[in-house]
Design a protein around this ligand. Sequence first.
Ligand code: ATR
Length: 272
Amino acid sequence: MTDRYAVIGNPVAHSRSPEIHAAFARECGADIEYGRLLAPVARFAETAEAFRAGGAAGANVTLPFKLEAFAFAHARTARAERGRSVNTLHFETNHVVGDNTDGVGLCRDIEQNIGQPLLGTRILLIGAGGAARAVVGALMDCQPELLAITNRTPAKAQAIVDEINVKNMLRAVGLTELPKLRFDVLINATSASLSASLPLVPLSSFDNNALAYDMMYGKGLTPFLALAAGTGARTADGIGMLVEQAAEAFYVWRGVRPSTGPVLDLLKQAAR
Ligand code: ATR
């Protein structure tokens, strides 16, 4: 019997997840169907419940529903609890498990695909919304020397740090302190790129040979990546994270880990 999955979002028409999962399924010989499901903004739970009741096996959840998906799940994995965000739902009999594969997807892309180790590095995470919150735990698991969080609204960065309360490694950094610090890896987790705008990061924050990573993806460089490229930094957009979080979701659902390289190459070619 074909197992059914979908990505639920609003908007969702642009999502690349169906083609990514179709490629994984071909590679693994899995009999699945993976579609897109547009949920009205105020009706995530009804949409997800109808999909589940119709016999679906699971779903991915994208903007703006990751908090709603967290509330919808009956049980949650530790990594979903840490970020208070769910991007993967696993429908078991009478039971919905919420997971989050974004953080591990980001770290695998940086460490394995890009080849930038995170152990012992100085990381700047820019942004303190849902996207940033979802990846903080996984970044800490990679044991950087420092994980600094900066945000346009500083209190939100401080709130994440207070909540997680890991001394030394994790710190909120305000705009007056930022120019005094240099980082090996700078990650844009703000939604600024959506409006073609730039989060405030001084040029002096980019260390020699730094990696600038934008969790957004699309054609060409985002304003953040263009700024970074001007300092000589290496740049990467979030397409690799998208593929890696999908592979982890596929593993959660099916217990098989697909290879990500071929799909990533295809998507990168299409974006050129
Ligand atoms: P998401 O789920 O994508 O993280 P969000 O929870 O609304 O969405 O958070 C958006 C993040 O992008 C926030 O950190 C926001 O900063 P504020 O907390 O100050 O609002 C940040 N952001 C959005 N537009 C920005 C811009 N033009 N410059 C800098 N930061 C921006």
